[in-house]
Write a protein that binds this ligand. Structure first.
Ligand code: NAP
Length: 322
């Protein structure tokens, strides 16, 4: 079996940028673009985003799927081979490495892991329907919060950690008020974030709804409110709002690699050196949200994909494998 120079796992902005750079460096990359791993289709989380308005170079915005289609075309133009299958196993114990789907096994001298992270959802039927239709449910305030439908409207954010407070804080720029729905009466967020939240509460820009969970999202084509249940009293009530943002954490897609690569306590890949793409195994590189729980943006993912491809190329060259 012939050995590939580099295999990229993942087809979001990180994976496809890595492929573009690797292809242009004549490494003839093979990309496992996934099929439906972790509920993500090829193209990753951006396939669930309607308008991307913060990616430089698109002054009029672009939809997530259009953007990923352009990334893909650019990767293919320089000779990337795409395999539309989910990676189900990997063996990084010996070189060349092996990467397997149910149908295909590829061996490679270097691997770039760019499998991303998936936002956690409440998994309510109407939440999923309105998230997919762009009807006012989102798991990314920075991506979607500036949309006109949210301007001067009352919005809700679900969660009590740093993400929820960060999303809420960002939304106060546009919304008339942001309610923070939390299932307890104590925040999990860091002290600094809590201070920020309570200041915004004093200013009337945010308001906590303690001990409460969202049990349904109301509205046909767009959100008109959320149905809440108090977890202590079981009392239910409807809170009118024009948008619901979920900030209850992300899950990195690292299950397949966790026996081989070091991860942190949340499952994100641990980088061997800050600011570089090296993982705990020489020759295996990480790019994008799979190793980043802080920024999680298309532009930062793309940047780290570029870094991983350059690191992989230099590493292959040092090993005389290019
Ligand atoms: P997190 O710390 O795990 O917080 C998740 C929050 O969502 C918790 O308050 C949790 O409630 C709630 N939650 C979880 N599942 C829920 C469900 N099914 N229904 C309702 N509520 C639910 O996640 P995160 O806020 O995304 O933060 C992840 C990591 O990234 C943290 O280490 C954080 O510090 C870091 N981060 C940092 C920044 C920053 O510094 N700027 C920004 C974002 C994230 P309970 O509290 O009851 O468990």
């Amino acid at each position: 079996m012939s050995v590939e120079k580099v295999v990229v796992i993942g087809s979001g902005p990180a994976g496809l940028t890595a492929a573009i750079y690797a292809a242009r460096a004549a490494l003839e990359p093979v990309v496992f673009e996934g099929f439906n791993a972790g509920g993500l289709m090829p193209g990753g989380q951006l396939m669930f985003t309607t308008d991307v308005e913060n990616y430089p170079g698109f002054p009029d915005g672009i939809t997530g799927p259009q953007m990923m289609s352009a990334f893909r075309a650019q990767a293919e133009r320089f000779g990337t081979r795409l395999i539309r299958e989910d990676v189900t196993a990997a063996d990084f114990r010996q070189r060349p490495f092996a990467v397997k789907s149910d149908e295909t096994t590829i061996t490679a001298h270097a691997v770039i892991v760019a499998t991303g992270a998936r936002a956690n959802w409440l998994n309510l039927e109407n939440e999923q329907r309105l998230a997919k239709s762009g009807g006012g449910v989102s798991a990314c305030a920075v991506c979607d919060g500036a949309m006109p439908i949210y301007r001067n409207q009352e919005l809700v954010v679900v969660g009590g950690g740093d993400s929820a407070i960060e999303e809420g804080t960002y939304l106060t720029k546009f919304a008339s008020k942001v309610y923070l729905i939390h299932r307890r009466d104590e925040l999990r967020a860091s002290k600094a974030m809590q201070e920020r939240f309570f200041k915004l509460t004093e200013e009337g820009k945010m308001e906590p709804v303690w001990d409460s969970i969202v049990i349904d999202v109301l509205g046909e084509d767009s959100v008109t409110g959320v149905r809440l249940q108090n977890v202590k009293t079981n009392e239910q009530r409807d809170l009118p709002c024009k948008g619901m943002f979920i900030g209850i954490g992300h899950t990195p897609n690292t299950d397949v690699f966790k026996d081989h690569l070091k991860t942190d306590d949340k499952g994100y890949l641990r980088l061997a050196q800050p600011g570089r793409s090296f993982t705990s195994v020489a020759g295996v590189f990480a790019a994008g949200d799979v190793a980043d729980h802080v920024y999680r943006q298309a532009i930062t993912a793309a940047g780290s994909g570029c870094m991983a491809a350059i690191d992989a190329e230099r590493w292959l060259s040092e090993q005389n494998l290019t």
